[in-house]
Design a protein around this ligand. Sequence first.
Ligand code: SF4
Ligand code: SF4
Length: 190
Amino acid sequence: MGVLENLPHLYSQMEEAYNQAAARIGLSCRECPDNCCTSYFQHHTYIEWAYLWKGIRSCSHEKQRQYMNRAAEYVTQSRALLAQGLRPRIMCPLNDNGFCQLYKYRLMICRMHGIPNSFVRPDGKKMSFPGCFRCQDLCSHLKDVPVLDRTPFYRDLASLEMDFVGPKIKTLPRVNLTLAEMLVHGPPKI
Ligand code: SF4
Ligand code: SF4
């Protein structure tokens, strides 16, 4: 079994931790007036990039073409907004009618958004995120707010990344791409 095939197991652990915290908070995305798939963020691993492409290749040619066209448009629009000093708020190319079309293949950051979470960076700095607006509202009524510690997931992902990339990890450029850029660039070249 290739290293890539270990990623879904880690993803399902993340999902379980997320669902437990969301259940304690009472958070559900159902009928949410917002859609966080318009959030602008980057992803940082080759293994997630490659797994996303596995998902893309599982789609029909027509769908793949549609996602690629949307991704190209996303990249053009987001760069124009960034050049004006604005943070892009554009729907992810993989979202149709509010739903992720590659849910099984979505990346770690997509999986953790929503609930309060934190992680400790390798340099020891703790980063904290309050969760989405809906979650923050629900948490304001809670005495004991569950905060998901993402650190073990980051560590496991980093370890899978090292196994996936191998010794080239020292020389390859650091991944810092939006999902749309990951589509436009094509699968990672390792
Ligand atoms: S994570 Fe929060 S903002 Fe995003 S869709 Fe779910 S409830 Fe809405
Ligand atoms: S990959 Fe899926 S969950 Fe992540 S931003 Fe895109 S549509 Fe949303």
